[in-house]
Design a protein around this ligand. Sequence first.
Ligand code: TRP
Length: 362
Amino acid sequence: MKKVMLTGDRPTGRLHLGHYVGSLKRRVELQNSNSFDEMYIMIADSQAITDNAYNLEKVRQNIIEVALDYLACGLDPNKVTLFIQSQIPELAELTFYYMNLVTLARLERNPTVKNEIKLRDFETSIPVGFLTYPISQAADITAFKASIVPVGDDQLPMLEQAREIVRSFNHTYEEVLVEPEALLPDNAICSRLPGLDGKAKMSKSLGNCIYLADTEEEIEKKVMAMFTDPNHLRVEDPGCVEDNPVFTYLDAFCREEHFGKYLSEYKNLDELKEHYKRGGLGDVKIKRFLNQVLQEELRPIRKKREELSQNIKEVYKILGEGSKKARKVAMETMQEVKRAMKINYFEDLSFLEEQTKKYEDK
Ligand code: TRP
């Protein structure tokens, strides 16, 4: 069986450092490992619409932004098919049939959706499309027969829902669909980078992000204003490295070579942490170091993003060609699905024969 990977993002904003450590970096590694026969990365605009129906412009404005972020990080359109969800009508068609294999109670139990409903104050007015987006996500995955879906752990309920739909479909009709598996980030920092303010998650709505498109000055300003240990008031005070996002970011980004380059009094991060814990190491010094480390990581991404942004036509072409290619694959699966459900009346000549016979025999 072919090894297929698919994943995606809702285009509701530019991508940030949390996306980068949590997923983008991994995708590029997977791409470069050449371990998949096919790789798909989707800009999930239809899904973004499920809670932005009255604010479509936001979604529209972020299609190219997300594509720029993808390409800037090193995703290569020759190896990965980049496409826009809404341009593949088969995904909506599949969703419509899958809906009959899922109960309302099952949708209402989805913990991620439940949480999102709370966050959006939807409690008394949940759009039907929003409640059912896990079904549409199952369509996204199965249309391409993806077996591996790299996602954060918040997406596990979506994968479980997709697997249930696959089992139900294959059992009820015919073995057509492939059961997907999640590929989770391989360490805790990568699965959830805290915000600049020390809150559990870097998130656009909390305004605590470093964006991949941020300028050097913006990054520096944000890093120097980061939350640290609130009890570390004077340089001499002992400091805490746990729940201190400056150290969490260093855990995620700094390598031993950075010390030689930028902070040669220390050999490695353990030594730096020890000093901070003992007292006598100021926040400004570690923030300056973190800034240098981040600048080094983000500089080439920003540069590539700037270059690409001078050629939006090319980005547009990449998405157009990717969507065309993705559509072809989804159409093939759709045909198999219709065949399995026996709703391919005009392709199925035995249907005509059988219906004719039904009357001949009378
Ligand atoms: N739900 C995902 C998110 O919010 C986006 C998404 C849509 C997705 N369809 C998908 C992810 C299919 C993986 C596979 O980030």
